[in-house]
Write a protein that binds this ligand. Structure first.
Ligand SMILES: C[S@@+](CC[C@H](N)C(=O)[O-])C[C@H]1O[C@@H](n2cnc3c(N)ncnc32)[C@H](O)[C@@H]1O
Length: 299
């Protein structure tokens, strides 16, 4: 029988290594979703007096190298897509850690000197918490893209985003990372794995939720330690419930797979593309979720 959990251990690792250099079909899906939402967001808010901001927490360079069915190409990344959103944003804020990528972002900034662009070289978590704490959210609305390479988004960052009451967030959740860290046997959960799961989920309740005592003792009657009883879907439901606990509205995530395309996916599930709206007003988050759901269904 095809063991998806076993397969993920190998496939997702290969894919994760690949994504470091090359994205795949999932890259096109996430970027397509983001781009469609950005224009819809700016259109929906264009008659209101808000300052509209785009924030990219893990900005990259503006270009993405991808490999789809063995064919390599380069496509516009999230920041270039945000720059061409129509109607345009009033301000764009690009956060990135790597010096070389910052240089590419600064070059883009010079190319678009007619736009208000802020390029920040720093850790996304620290910077986003600062932005969430200090911006004037009464008069500002933002779309934030969280597209980390791995398990980099701290739960406390998501709490800060939710507390603004004014940010719509697209979060490419590292489904494969959750798997890799949540080992099948609890004994294999070293301190780093536990720490990264708690950081990304904002609680250590995952331990009770995902693990239970092994039902059978071994051949010699020795009791085994706890084993993971939750499958990957149960684990993702836990993530969704956690997000719904802090955001007023969360759309059903789109699972992005290693191969195939959006309609005929193949291989292991790698990411869960979440959309969450921080605005507590029903009319505002209701509209945001409606647009995001339409976008996700159109992919
Ligand atoms: C998956 S790429 C983003 C791709 C980008 N969204 C695009 O569409 O072109 C993730 C980026 O996050 C950057 N990064 C990694 N850790 C970071 C951190 N703690 N804070 C900010 N950026 C980080 C990496 O250098 C990398 O460029």
């Amino acid at each position: 029988m095809f063991d998806i959990e076993k397969a993920m251990e190998t496939d997702e690792e290969k894919a994760a290594a690949d994504e470091h250099a090359f994205g795949g079909s999932w890259t096109l899906i996430k970027l397509d979703a983001l781009e469609k939402y950005l224009s819809a967001f700016n259109t929906a808010l264009s008659r209101q007096g808000f300052t509209r901001i785009y924030i990219d927490g893990f900005a990259g360079t503006g270009r993405c190298d991808i490999s789809v069915k063995g064919e390599k190409s380069s496509v516009d990344g999230s920041v270039r897509r945000a720059l061409r959103a129509s109607p345009p944003f009033h301000k764009l804020c690009f956060i990135e850690l790597e010096a070389q990528k910052i240089a590419a972002l600064r070059a883009l900034q010079s190319e678009h000197h007619d736009k208000r662009i802020e390029v920040i070289r720093d850790d996304a978590n620290a910077t986003l918490k600062y932005i969430c704490r200090t911006y004037d959210w009464k008069n500002t609305r933002a779309v934030l893209f969280l597209d980390p390479c791995g398990m980099h988004v701290e739960w406390s960052t998501l709490e800060a985003i939710a507390a603004t009451g004014a940010v719509d967030v697209w979060y490419l959740f590292p489904y494969y990372g959750l798997y890799r860290q949540a080992a099948n046997k609890a004994d294999a959960l070293d301190a780093n794995k536990k720490k990264s799961l708690t950081r990304i989920l904002g609680t250590d309740a995952w331990r009770q939720e995902f693990y239970a005592p092994q039902r059978q003792s071994d051949l010699f009657g020795k009791e085994g330690g706890d084993v993971r009883e939750s499958n990957h879907r149960d684990m993702l439901e836990f993530v969704s419930a956690r997000l719904s606990g802090i955001f007023p509205a969360v759309a059903k995530p789109k699972i992005l797979y290693q191969a195939g395309d959006s309609k005929r996916p193949g291989g292991a599930p790698l990411f869960a593309l979440y959309f969450a709206a921080a605005n507590p007003k029903r009319s505002a988050h209701g509209l945001a979720i409606k647009i995001a759901t339409e976008v996700l269904n159109s992919l």
